[in-house]
Design a protein around this ligand. Structure first.
Ligand code: TYD
Ligand code: MG
Length: 431
């Protein structure tokens, strides 16, 4: 059996004469003993909490020894600030730390630490961009955790290309990763993100590292989100929420209401969505503006997927007879938060409809639910939790998918359960 499959494989590879391609490598390395999985001890991963709760949440409980974490985000969003705060915290817990900066001078970093209220910080600082020197310093100083700010500024002597080029970034990250694995030192790589949202040059880094975190949010608003998009040591799509203050980033432990803009009166084109980010429900205002467009009407969306918007407009036309074909349609998730779950659909459609009719939804209104191509409204996960959170924040009226209707009434909340998009619009016309 084995023989015939090997023969088939080498036949496919077209080697012809040699039926055992593996024998090419015979003598290059000795065969290694293998172990049944059950015989390997399953040890729990040792984590060190950073002491910054919202960061620990996205990391899955803390930093893992020998792990490589990539933190991406727009310039000025707070990467250096957060990492300096984190290192200071760890240093105070007695863990040796190293902050390698290729972007700022020692004086600039010192200035930041004073601003952060950490004048006595014992964090060790190295300002250097040459990889070989950095590797040697990490090996010599043996920190528990080293931050490289940023990976794009490093260069290796071994390559002739410029710092920031894909080859350099990849080479430097690979060496640092190898060092982390060999030494058990946790390494955090800071990466800049381009306008298009990809980590400049190297998306390649994402598969090399253990954990990828991205900063989200509007640099103009004071709130910052960190989302885990990959984590070998924890759940993904958990988010951490911070507020940027005079003295650095502060965790927001109860973030559910921060993405609501405070209208004193209900306005047309606004609908509050209850979305679920990781384990926490979050209320986010979805705004829509429908306005007569030119010959080729525009569809623009901020924080939500544009393709999904096009699909929802088609559903609205086909199943509810509401046409926006000749209109510009803009939608926005308030506060720079990015929403990827389809449960946003119903809120998007209700906001669009509200703008089109120039009629506000009632004050204290929320909605959630996925809308299918057939016009059906599909249930969202953990609907009860979403409704309870909305009720807790004083919301009074909800439109939700039928399957998410509460079994027993939720105090202070009137819930309309619908199966189809037409029904949802009918309910709204009755307000
Ligand atoms: P920074 O951490 O330098 O961002 P990045 O490393 O992602 O480029 O960024 C910070 C921004 O935050 C900067 O515009 C100034 C502001 N800031 C504060 O508001 N409060 C503070 O305590 C600090 C240190 C920075
Ligand atoms: Mg920085």
């Amino acid at each position: 059996m084995l023989e015939s499959s090997t023969g088939a494989a080498s036949g496919m590879a077209g080697t012809g004469k040699n039926r055992y391609a593996a024998s090419h490598y015979a003598g290059l390395a000795a065969a290694q003993p293998v172990t049944p999985l059950a015989a390997i001890e399953a040890t729990d991963i040792a984590r060190t909490p950073t002491g910054i709760g919202e960061l620990d949440r996205v990391l899955g409980g803390g930093v893992v020894d020998g792990a490589v974490v990539l933190i991406g985000g727009d310039p000025g969003i707070g990467k250096s600030t957060l990492l300096l705060q984190t290192l200071d915290h760890l240093q105070r817990l007695g863990l040796p730390t190293l902050y390698v900066s290729g972007e700022e001078s020692g004086a600039q970093i010192a200035l930041r630490s004073r601003r952060l209220g950490l004048p006595a910080s014992q964090v060790q600082v190295l300002t250097e961009i040459q990889l070989e020197k950095i590797l040697a310093t990490i090996e010599a100083t043996q920190p528990a955790i080293a931050v490289i700010d940023s990976i794009q500024t490093l260069y290796s002597d071994q390559l002739s290309s410029a710092p920031g080029s894909v080859a350099q970034v990849r080479e430097c990250a690979a060496h640092l990763t190898r060092l982390a694995k060999a030494s058990g030192i946790a390494i955090v790589l800071v990466g800049h993100v381009t306008k298009e949202g990809a980590l400049a040059g190297p998306r390649v880094l994402e598969h090399m590292v253990d954990t990828v975190l991205y900063f989200e949010g509007d640099t103009h608003s004071s709130f910052r989100l960190i989302r885990a998009i990959k984590n070998r040591f924890g759940a993904v799509n958990e988010i951490g929420v911070f507020a940027m203050t005079e003295t650095g980033l502060k965790g927001v432990t109860n973030p559910s209401a921060i993405f609501l803009s405070q209208h004193s009166e209900a306005v047309p084109g606004s609908c509050v969505l209850v979305t679920l980010e990781g384990t926490r429900p979050l209320l986010v205002e979805i705004q829509a503006l429908v306005d007569s467009g030119g010959p080729s009407p525009r569809r623009l969306s901020v924080g939500l997927e544009r393709d999904r918007l096009a699909m929802l407009l088609a559903v609205l036309h086909r199943h509810a007879g509401v046409a926006c074909g000749d209109q510009d349609v803009f939608i926005n998730a308030v506060g720079g938060v990015r929403i990827s779950e389809p449960a946003a659909d119903l809120a998007v459609l209700l906001a669009i409809q509200s703008s089109l009719r120039s009629k506000p939804l009632p004050k204290g209104f929320i909605a959630f639910g996925e809308v299918g191509l057939a016009g059906e409204v599909r249930p969202a996960t953990r609907g009860q939790e979403r409704l309870r959170e909305a009720a807790k924040l004083g919301f009074a009226v909800a439109i939700v998918p039928k399957a998410n209707a509460p079994k027993k009434p939720i105090e202070g909340l009137t819930v309309h359960a619908v199966e189809r998009i037409e029904q949802a619009l009918e309910v709204v016309r009755g307000f």
